[in-house]
Design a protein around this ligand. Structure first.
Ligand code: 87F
Length: 503
């Protein structure tokens, strides 16, 4: 039997834990809310180097789920995994000097081993073009060596100085980087779009985040490439766009720089056409920002390592043994049907405390089992996304749970899309543009597609919250009707383009 003093100790412990709940509302202070969610959901632990974060199992399992989707998909396309070194010499890095110029401040260097200076400093890869392409030049000789299609899963380091944010902008992050070389531009063009479609699926099918597939402007594209495509997401709470992933056609720029040549079937010399493409651990941050609420994290069932948490609800003199047994068999039955279910049997926490605890961690569905449920041979299901409760006969457990998980996945996407779409504002004039920008809109405008005009828009919108820029021109273009002019320059419009502030 528990003594008075040990009961008091238990209570104290519960109280201390209770303090770990969410204290900031998403609407009140988005930045603090985000930090609180990623830490309290146990995805992130802050580290003693600014801009570096520990990815805890809750985060890593999501990364692995996305990898388990993407990796087999690219293998079906004939892309093979490889691993290149983390380090690159200054000499090789400088080969890309025209494009690296803007990036140079972000490159981190190793200058010492122990107490002695290295003979030459070596850089830590910020991306691997310069690491890989000298070997592409070596490995590609004739047309039979093409296409060469490699991918690597790795970390990269970019010593960012502005506002580090877990997942979204960190100094070290995880990504996959694909690097491919073809004999013809047509093959390269086709792959760019195939990869972009996989990125759309990562966001929309797994993370339940709607994205726009589009092409980057000349100003926003990767300067080393020919053209850049991307998937763009939007965060309604901050009114900012965020680049979700990129798929570049590099053209022959790198082939020239690194002399990646081949002999075609007629014995004629040619230069390869290249692509590169990447998505990173930023995907997870976008998901958190889009779905999270005042109670904490909200996980789409497809990426939740635990989809269902079963919680026993023992009333004072209820048969706790029977309740526990029912909980255990519920978990077992769900696991057998490949539903990822777990059981919280801890006795030093009340059911109510557990409800908010697992809500904060984003578990999509909770099952409560109490004495009344046992009597009626039912369980109570509570959805994380809507809070809706439904009592389900134990005989229909698996079927109902599977159906609800699918419905949660669908509802998260639909809700996110509705909220995103409600932020889209079509504008035709500069006045409408600035008003929409101040109202945190995702702006859709006819544009003349001139670099100088985008630079001008940037300059004219510079302010405390950052300037407006193009996010992308959607691949799916509405018609430009006769006489439509650019919102910023008044010249004839060439395309419809999304504009806004961005991360
Ligand atoms: C930071 C420091 C040095 C971006 C950098 O997008 C170099 C760079 O080249 C740099 N930040 N970039 C562009 C990366 C282009 C490209 N690389 C392969 C991708 C996809 C994956």
């Amino acid at each position: 039997m528990a003594t008075k003093s040990s009961n008091a100790a238990k209570k104290k412990e519960v109280k201390k834990e209770t303090k770990l709940g969410m204290t900031v509302k998403k609407d009140d202070n988005f930045g603090e809310w985000y930090s609180e969610v990623v830490v309290h959901s146990e995805m992130i632990e802050y580290y003693d180097i600014s801009g570096c974060y520990i990815l805890r199992p809750q985060a890593m399992s999501i990364w692995e789920t996305l990898q388990a989707f993407f990796d087999p998909e690219i293998k079906k396309m004939g892309i093979k995994n490889a691993y290149f070194p983390l380090f690159v010499t200054e000499n090789v890095l400088q080969k890309e000097k025209d494009h690296i110029e803007g990036f140079a401040p972000e490159v981190a260097w190793v200058t010492k081993s122990g107490k002695s200076d290295l003979e030459v400093p070596i850089a830590i890869r910020p991306t691997s073009e310069t690491v890989m392409y000298p070997y592409f030049a070596k490995w590609i000789r004739g047309h039979r060596d093409l296409p060469l299609k490699l991918n690597q899963w790795c970390n990269v380091v970019r010593w960012e100085f502005s506002n580090p944010t877990p997942f979204i902008r960190s100094r070290e992050f995880l990504w996959q980087e694909g690097h491919t070389a073809f004999a013809t531009k047509e093959e390269a063009d086709q792959e760019v779009l195939e990869i972009l479609e996989l990125y759309r699926r990562v966001y929309e099918e797994y993370l339940a985040v709607p994205v726009i597939k589009g092409r980057k402007s000349e100003l926003e594209k990767f300067a080393g490439g020919l053209y850049t495509t991307s998937v763009e997401a939007f965060i309604p709470h901050t009114g900012r766009g965020i680049q979700g992933a990129t798929s570049h056609c590099l053209g022959q720029n790198f082939a020239k720089m690194f002399q990646i040549n081949f002999e075609d079937d007629k014995g004629e010399k040619g230069m390869v056409w290249q692509n590169s493409w990447a998505y990173s651990s930023r995907t997870i941050g976008v998901m958190v920002m889009v779905h999270g609420d005042d109670k904490g994290l909200v996980l789409p069932p497809k990426v939740a390592s635990v989809q269902v948490m079963v919680i026993p609800v023992p009333y004072k003199d209820a048969d706790t043994t029977a309740i526990k047994a029912a909980c255990e068999s519920t978990v077992k039955e769900l696991n057998t049907a490949a539903v990822r279910a777990d059981l919280d049997t801890r006795e030093n926490y009340s059911p109510g405390w557990k409800y908010s605890h697992w809500e904060m961690k984003g578990i999509p569905l909770r099952i409560e089992i109490g004495p009344r449920d046992l009597e009626k041979s039912q369980v109570r299901l509570v959805r994380r996304d809507t809070g809706a409760k439904v009592d389900v006969p134990m005989t229909e457990l698996v079927e109902k749970v599977q159906k609800i998980l699918l419905s949660i996945q669908e509802n998260l996407f639909n809700t996110a899309k509705e909220k995103r779409d409600a932020c889209i504002e079509k504008v035709h004039t500069w006045d409408e543009f600035t008003t929409a920008l101040n109202n945190k809109k995702l702006i859709f405008a006819p544009w003349c597609d001139e670099k100088e005009v985008e630079e001008d828009v940037k300059a004219r919108t510079k302010g405390d919250h950052g300037a407006a820029k193009t996010l992308c021109s959607p691949l799916d273009q509405p018609e430009i009707t006769e006489g439509t002019v650019c919102f910023a320059s008044g010249k004839p419009a060439k395309k419809w383009t999304y504009w806004g502030r961005s991360y």
